[in-house]
Ligand binder design. Sequence first.
Ligand SMILES: [Zn+2]
Length: 192
Amino acid sequence: MVEKIKVCPACKVAENSYKVSEIYMQSLMRLKSGDKAEAPVIDALQAKIPEERRDKLKGSRYYRELMESFAPPQGETQNTRAINPDWVAFALAFLSVYFLYQIFTTQYGVFWFAVGFAVMAYAAYFIFRKKIFAKYQVQKDQEAGSKGQVEKAIGVWMKLYYCVKDNIVFIENKNESIPLQEMRSYLLSKSK
Ligand SMILES: [Zn+2]
């Protein structure tokens, strides 16, 4: 892995710069396989980090913190994926046949009432289907949008370097730098 060393815009030298994605990967490796795992970037970082910022954490807690500070951007962790309303209606139709059968065998007195109710519910669904689908489409578009945004942010993250002396991240050949703590908000603003 011969990587061209990148010049930091703050201290103007390249020898303190490390690729953010490599720091992340190697801290992950250390976290998984312990101190024996080969992680030259992590060793170099530890040797170069200024005394006042040197981490008091040791072992896996240190690697975990390292990994979290350099982690790539992730989407908001909302797992509510848009579901096609027709699928929901289909599943409910299936269920209602089952329930109607139950009612038919145990409470025949209310069977036709239940059938009427089911028919009305389905009539309502088909009347409002257009509206329901418009909402579904909006939700789907939003999901696609935020996914694209995260992908873009990861693309920028791949190009980031970290200067251990200045505790900043930067993109090669660009004369701007951001404190490490602001990396995440920077990445998301870049990808809008
Ligand atoms: Zn620097």
